[in-house]
Design a protein around this ligand. Structure first.
Ligand SMILES: [Zn+2]
Length: 388
């Protein structure tokens, strides 16, 4: 299988450099490092500490007042997984800010037991209305396979759904306000151009989240127009008529994943995983989908950075752990293979184990990987970095 040329596809710098403050490297697509060698997410974390959060909350109150309806109809759409972040956002909008949210779920490929339990608990114990959609399972499996083969990310179809389905519901229910949780580009590092505002446009969505490949791309690969419909966004002209606005809760309220977790344990019946998720040390993030681990594993193969890097970098910025602790965690857990659900994944996308590894190896780049005694190793692991 031909090498995918990750450097060119993601426009990555060839020299691997780590942030002076956290565990992220310059291989995360779109991240920036300043002249002091500090990443844009760390700089944003510093900026967050200086924000007048009282003023931001006033902005949120104004936004709520603008959209609040008093006739019993829904006034805000919350894209919702039942995880700690979206549960906190929906629960607070309803109970603290007096909104009438409709939570909207694009269902995972295959629910984990804990994911399904948290999803039901948040609706029942958290007291929220929910609208859930599951796409045609055969089409979804085929698209997931195509995305794995061509894009090296089995999560692409899910990502289309998560971003485009709420837009459709916004039109169907005539609710212009959509409230997401965190602004991933900002919190985890990415294009900072839009960091200092609360909203996102539909073009941003196509640019940042769909890797430049809109759902229409897959029609060339044998998916019919009709089968692609659930993944597509509504027409721009309809979005404009509906005056749909996409906002981030993390703009209005200090965003701290660990605090979201505590909030949900208390208010929405949230349970952490009884054991840590493979590939990281955390027990409370990204728990819903049995195929999650493969999204993160592919990121490890392409960029040399995976879940532990993202989790630890965020916790270093939030001053929950030190950089030294972060590096030790990365060394221990980052890139751990998601073996528990390996067979489930192979069966779901109907490929053999040898095909799987062929695809994986086609995403390895020389600037990240080397072979040592027949085993793949990172060329520049953070724990061997002399600048620490
Ligand atoms: Zn950093």
């Amino acid at each position: 299988m031909e090498n995918k040329n990750v450097l060119k596809r993601y426009n990555l710098p060839e020299k691997v450099i780590f942030c002076k403050k956290c565990t992220i490297s310059n291989q995360r697509p779109r991240i920036n490092f300043d002249s002091d060698g500090v990443c844009s997410a760390c700089r944003f974390a510093e900026h967050k500490k200086k924000i007048n959060w009282k003023k931001r909350e006033d902005e949120l109150l104004q936004l709520c007042d603008k959209h609040r309806k008093n006739d019993g109809s829904y006034d805000v759409i919350v894209p919702f997984s039942g995880g700690k972040d979206s549960s906190m956002v929906a629960h607070q909008l309803k109970n603290k800010y007096g909104m009438n949210p409709l939570t909207v779920t694009w269902q995972p490929h295959i629910y984990t037991d804990i994911g399904l339990k948290n999803y039901h608990n948040c609706i029942r114990i958290g007291g929220l209305d929910n609208l859930a959609f599951a796409p045609n399972g055969k089409v979804n499996a085929l698209l997931t396979k195509l995305a794995f083969l061509h894009l090296g990310d089995p999560f692409q179809p899910f990502i289309y759904g998560v971003y485009n389905y709420p837009l459709k519901v916004s039109l169907q229910y005539k609710v212009p306000l959509i409230m997401y949780g965190e602004h991933g580009e900002v919190e985890y590092g990415g294009d900072m151009e839009k960091a200092y505002r609360s909203t996102r446009t539909v073009e941003d969505q196509n640019k940042y989240y769909f890797s430049g490949l809109p759902p229409e791309f897959w029609i060339k690969h044998g998916i019919s127009e009709k089968d692609m419909m659930p993944y597509k966004s509504p027409k721009d002209s309809d979005i404009i008529v509906n005056k749909t606005e996409i906002h981030f809760f993390s703009y209005y309220k200090f965003w701290d994943p660990q605090e979201n977790y505590y909030y949900c344990v208390e208010n929405t019946g949230f349970f952490p995983n009884p054991e840590r998720s493979e590939g990281t040390y955390s027990k409370y993030a990204s728990l819903d989908d049995k195929l999650d681990g493969f999204h993160y594993y592919l990121s490890y193969i392409k960029f040399g950075i995976s879940r532990t890097t993202s989790d630890s970098a965020h916790e270093i910025r939030d001053e929950k752990i030190t950089k030294e602790e972060g590096v030790a965690l990365v060394k221990k857990y980052d890139g751990e293979f998601p073996s528990k659900n390996f067979n489930t994944f192979l069966e779901y996308i109907e490929i053999s184990e040898s095909q799987f590894w062929e695809v994986i190896d086609s995403w390895r780049s020389d600037h990240i990987w080397k072979k040592n005694n027949g085993e793949w190793q990172l060329k520049h692991p953070i724990w061997e970095n002399n600048d620490l």
